[in-house]
Design a protein around this ligand. Structure first.
Ligand SMILES: C[S@@+](CC[C@H](N)C(=O)[O-])C[C@H]1O[C@@H](n2cnc3c(N)ncnc32)[C@H](O)[C@@H]1O
Length: 211
């Protein structure tokens, strides 16, 4: 009897922890919906997920490896940072919507990647990008000039940047790749994605790429 007790305790503890995890996620989502940010004036793009195949193509284009630190600006459900973490890289997703942050954190915990894949609720224009070796973007064209200024001011020279569908104005692309996006659902039914690869320029207005 006594020898069985620890096993029963372990099972009970695991079940309690699992219930606790679900409760925490529900609480996080509830809190997130209270802080829901569909009408947040800082929001520069709506949520749309990058297709899984395109996510891998973005990481391939930037040659993401275990030594990299990947920052996804506007990280949605966390899929790009999680895919980078599965390659052994570390990463941070910066996301304005608390509900999406909670979902990304729950996915990271579920895959036991939370140590390498972190998610923060923050305006991307306030994010510290000093540790990034790779930055990924899937934002809106109207915001890209402002994003380009943020990146030019914040990134170490040579940091790789991959943007899905929308180029950085004034930045010369090192490569442009058109890839199949079988799961893509946009308004006009496009089933491809265009990916732009850049290297961050030297800092300072004089050294910036012309706009
Ligand atoms: C098109 S989705 C891309 C999601 C994810 N990167 C992907 O590719 O699957 C753009 C994301 O940016 C987030 N976003 C918009 N404005 C933001 C801001 N100012 N700061 C942080 N995130 C923002 C949106 O909430 C949305 O989740």
């Amino acid at each position: 009897m006594a020898r069985d007790a620890p096993a029963r305790m372990t099972r009970a503890t695991a079940a309690a922890r699992s219930l606790c995890g679900v409760a925490l996620l529900v609480a996080a989502l509830a809190a997130g919906s209270a802080a829901g940010s569909d009408d947040d004036p800082r929001r520069i793009a709506p949520y749309a997920a990058t297709d899984d195949a395109v996510t891998e193509a973005m990481l391939d284009l930037a040659r993401v490896a275990a030594s990299d630190h990947v920052v996804d600006l506007g990280s949605g459900d966390g899929r790009i940072v999680l895919a980078a973490a599965r390659r052994g890289a570390s990463g941070v997703g910066v996301e304005i919507d608390a509900r999406l942050v909670a979902i990304a954190q729950a996915r990271a915990a579920h895959e036991r990647l939370a140590e390498r894949a972190r998610f923060v609720q923050q305006d991307l224009f306030e994010a510290d990008l000093s540790q990034a070796t790779v930055v990924t973007l899937y934002l809106f064209p109207a915001a890209m000039a402002r994003v380009a200024d943020k990146l030019a001011a914040s990134l170490a020279p040579g940091t790789r940047v991959v943007s899905h569908d929308f180029p950085l104005p004034g930045w010369p692309a090192l490569r442009v790749a058109v890839v199949d996006a079988p799961g893509k659902r946009d308004a006009i039914g496009t089933q491809t994605a265009t990916l732009y690869l850049y290297a961050a320029p030297s800092r300072g207005p004089a050294a910036r790429a012309p706009r």
